[in-house]
Design a protein around this ligand. Structure first.
Ligand SMILES: Cc1ncc(COP(=O)(O)O)c(C=O)c1O
Length: 380
């Protein structure tokens, strides 16, 4: 089945018992055991729930992995994955990972002596040189949030395999419709499903897909032990959202191409970060490893524009956290999504104060262009 059909019919399709075309919401915490020593395959919903399982099977099918796991947020998913490691282990992370990922490593896992090393993962030699005995995984986002750096997933996976360590890819920005890290050699894929997979800004959730039975067993143990599972109704909402992933991503791709070209042409804008530009340093790798360039664009406003006024003057584009919804969302990474990253590191990697991140929605592109033009004019 092709992915456009798989998003609709993958995982567990409908309900065998009644013929309902949608998987029911099994809103239950527990299950009746038919007799002593026997159960239906379900005992307690932290351990297993049929609606959650349908979602877990669906994401596993879409990512072409061995098994999927659903969590109460992207951060709960990341926390479960990092819990695979133990005291003394280290993880290499890309140099502009999502602020929350940095925070959980820096402020939570550091306390348990699970460390991290920040490396420019676009530079494969730098990655190779930084893998020492303590490094147990390379954790990448590609494109990165918010600077849209592109890392070669196949290149990283080769290094990790040579060294006997894991490759973990946060695939939130691309989704399996555009990029499938496991097919490129990765071991674990993570999603903030809050974003494109859910797609409607109405559910906070995280998903993980692993490529082996052994990792599946370990992750299920962690999921059940630590308990950050996704509830049945939110699982249903995600299944519903994923059904339209293909058409939504096509439109996100189309609109962001138009908006990125517009932004590049404006003199009020100093720089545009978009991996679909042929002069983007990661263009070739992105074109090779993904089916499109996604819906996120970051840009630096010139000094002439007051960024606070610009953000307040937008009318159609919503000023707020998050991305990947049907509606266009805009944010200020330095004070919002990436505020957890210390000022000096932010300056060093390019998360400057007049950097803006735009998640291009699926509205009419002309309406979006008009909103941007009017806000730029009002913010001089
Ligand atoms: C790339 C990326 N990964 C992980 C997360 C965390 O996900 P959540 O907000 O669902 O916990 C985010 C949130 O913005 C993100 O952008």
């Amino acid at each position: 089945m092709k992915i456009e059909s798989l998003v609709i019919h993958g995982g567990i399709d409908g309900d065998e018992k009644t013929g309902a075309v949608n998987v029911p919401v099994y809103q239950t915490s527990t299950y009746k055991q038919p007799s002593f020593g026997h159960n239906t395959g379900y005992e307690y919903s932290r351990t297993g729930n049929p609606t959650r399982e349908a979602l877990e099977k669906l994401i596993s099918d879409l990512e072409e992995g061995y098994a999927g796991f659903a969590f109460a947020s992207g951060m709960a998913a990341i926390t479960a994955v990092i819990s695979l490691f133990k005291t003394g282990d280290k993880v290499i992370i890309s140099n502009n990972v999502y602020g929350g990922t940095f925070r959980v490593l820096d402020k939570v896992f550091n306390n348990f002596n699970i460390g991290y090393k920040i490396v420019d993962t676009t530079d494969l030699e730098a990655v190779r040189n930084n893998v020492d005995e303590s490094v147990k995984a390379i954790y990448i986002e590609t494109p990165t949030n918010p600077l849209m750096d592109i890392t070669d997933i196949e290149g990283i996976s080769k290094i990790a395999k040579e060294k006997g360590i894991f490759t973990i890819v946060d695939n939130t920005f691309m989704t399996p419709y555009l990029q499938k890290p496991i097919t490129l050699g990765a071991d674990i894929v993570i999603h903030s499903a809050t974003k494109y997979l859910g797609g409607h800004s109405d559910v906070v959730s995280g998903l993980v897909v692993v490529n082996t039975e052994e990792l599946a067993k370990r992750l299920h143990f962690i999921q059940n032990s630590t308990g950050g599972v996704l509830g049945p109704f939110d699982s249903f909402l995600l299944i519903r959202g994923i059904k339209t992933l293909a058409v939504r991503m096509d439109r996100h791709n189309e609109n962001s191409k138009i908006i990125s070209e517009y932004l590049k042409s404006r003199e009020e804008i100093e720089k545009v970060y978009y991996p679909g530009f042929e002069d983007h340093p990661g263009y070739e790798i992105q074109t090779k490893q993904a089916k499109g360039y996604g819906g996120v664009i970051s840009f630096v406003l010139s000094d002439k524009i007051d960024y606070k006024k610009f953000l307040s003057n937008l009318e159609l584009i919503t000023f707020g956290e998050s991305l990947g919804g049907v509606e266009s969302l805009i944010c200020h990474p330095a004070s919002m999504t990436h505020a957890a990253i210390p000022y000096d590191i932010r300056q060093e990697v390019g998360i400057v104060d007049n950097l803006i991140r735009l998640s291009v929605g699926i509205e009419n592109s002309q309406d979006l262009l008009e909103d941007l033009t009017s806000a730029l004019k009002k913010s001089l």
